[in-house]
Design a protein around this ligand. Structure first.
Ligand code: SIN
Length: 478
């Protein structure tokens, strides 16, 4: 049993709160209860918004250097504590410890990057049409931001949202996933140590619907930023419409991976494995369906399967583990359902296809299916698990047509050594993120986000800061 019990996990106006209904936090690798938090009542969510609104009055007026200094200190503290944060991630989420360590560094990089970017929030002057007028554009923080974050990256999805918000001068109320509240607590403990003024960062452990209800009814919450399913994103967008709140949504993906005949096969195998099996297939940008051109198909499948079979499934704390458990029983059942549906419709199971019960309840073998067809669930919706369905295609044109035939548009990948083909693919794919010979493209300085039903706005890069700023046009008559 850890220390959170004394805190409850909610942090409002610079102090920890332990009120509300007690909730278990479990390790998905063992099913063991590792800690408890408390879901606060709606009044506490309200109090967090009140405090964030009060704190905004001063925080929004601090200099960018002051905000940068706090962010930088927070970044340094996270880096100093990276091992214990990574352990926390693995214990509550299950990903391999080596990946968790990578996530902490990735997550911290957003804070470091936005600490620098805070100093580059520039306005504009516009030439006037009259000699006695002066026209200006100011950039100002949007106000109080509610950040609803997912379980698959318990650290990085918080920092990717709130570092730009804080850099812009906004204050934030974070609601982490109920599956992974403990990493959020560690990050906020370090933010406290970094000296953010009370109310600037609020952390609320809450039942999800109660949290969004309070936020949606409060005019002072000017922006909702959310990462999660398209279904929930749509719901939040509808709710936000009443008060025309700004929304940033990072939603579901269904990423295609295209391997053309002239691909470097080693690069392709390595890239597909990184994209597909990272976090046991539980990222929004994971390759979900793989299209391989007929000339390279047999060689690619043989090499790919050989490599997939070397991946080790197990408890994330074991240093040999490549794939941890799925997050919960619903996730496990979805993977089983997708594999079964594909097999029922004639897919060929090349490897995997089973749970690994001796390791624990939610472990699933890295799986490869061939002879898949477009009508199978794996080819139509996000699996969010370690299943790679491979389909043979004839041409670049067919690849583009199949890749774009979806309402999702988050990430797409392709492997080709040809500059001409790559350029055509890069331009034709209807996706917000494209990896060309690259299975893991996301970095702090680049915009992350989707087209179509995969989302709105961007996180990361200077675009990520823009979505926490309002534009004000000022015309001065001299
Ligand atoms: C996500 O799953 O949305 C995050 C993936 C990443 O940042 O690479």
């Amino acid at each position: 049993m850890q220390v959170t019990e004394k805190q409850g996990g909610t942090y409002v106006n610079g102090a920890w709160r332990n009120i509300g209904s007690r909730q278990e936090v479990k390790n998905p690798a063992t099913g063991e209860v590792i800690d408890h938090i408390s879901f606060v009542p709606k009044e506490t969510v309200q109090e967090a918004i009140d405090g964030a609104h009060d704190a905004f009055q001063n925080w929004s007026k601090t200099t960018s250097s002051e905000r940068a200094k706090r962010l930088r200190t927070w970044y340094q503290l996270i880096m100093q504590h990276r091992r214990e944060i990574a352990e926390q991630i693995t214990l509550e989420m299950g990903k391999p410890f080596k990946e968790a360590k990578g996530e902490v560094i990735y997550g911290a990089s957003f804070i470091e990057w936005y600490a620098e970017e805070a100093k580059r929030i520039y306005g504009e002057t516009i030439p006037a049409s009259h000699p006695d007028k002066r026209l200006m554009v100011l950039k100002q923080p949007v106000g109080v931001v509610a950040a609803i974050t997912p379980w698959n990256f318990p650290a990085a999805m918080i920092t990717r949202k709130i570092a730009p918000a804080l850099a812009a001068g906004c204050t934030v109320v974070i609601k982490p996933s109920e599956e992974t509240p403990l990493t959020a607590i560690k990050l906020v403990e370090l933010a406290h140590e970094a000296g953010f003024p009370p109310g600037v960062i609020q952390l609320v452990q809450s039942e999800p619907a109660a949290f969004s209800e309070v936020c949606m009814q409060d005019q002072r919450v000017r922006k909702i930023t959310f990462t999660g399913s398209t279904e929930v994103g749509r719901h939040l967008m509808r709710q936000s419409a009443d008060q025309v709140k700004k929304v940033s949504l990072e939603l579901g993906g269904h990423a295609p991976i295209i391997v053309l005949d002239d691909a470097d096969i080693d690069k392709a195998v390595q890239g597909v494995i990184a994209s597909k099996y990272r976090n046991a297939g539980q990222t929004c940008v994971c390759g979900n369906r793989i299209y391989v051109q007929e000339g390279i198909y047999d060689a690619f499948v043989a090499r790919f399967v050989e490599q997939v079979q070397t991946l080790k499934v197990g408890d994330g704390m074991d240093e040999n583990t490549d794939l941890g458990p799925l997050i919960n029983v619903q996730a496990y059942e979805k993977v089983e359902r997708h594999v079964q549906d594909a097999l029922n419709k004639g897919a060929n199971l090349v490897c995997g296809g089973q749970g690994v019960q001796e390791k624990g309840v939610y472990f699933y073998e890295p799986t490869v299916l061939t002879d898949v067809t477009a009508d199978m669930q794996v080819m139509q919706e996000e699996t969010f698990g370690p299943v790679a369905p491979v389909q043979k295609i004839k041409s670049e044109e067919e690849a583009i047509q199949r890749a774009n035939q979806t309402n999702y548009g988050l990430a797409a990948y392709f492997f080709t050594e040809s500059m001409s083909k790559g350029t055509r693919l890069m331009e034709a794919l209807e996706y917000g993120i494209v990896g060309w010979n690259d299975g893991v493209p996301a970095v702090a300085q680049a915009p992350f986000g989707g087209w179509k039903e995969s989302g709105l706005e961007r996180e990361g890069g200077h675009q990520g800061l823009e979505s926490f700023l309002e534009t004000k046009y000022v015309s001065v008559q001299l």
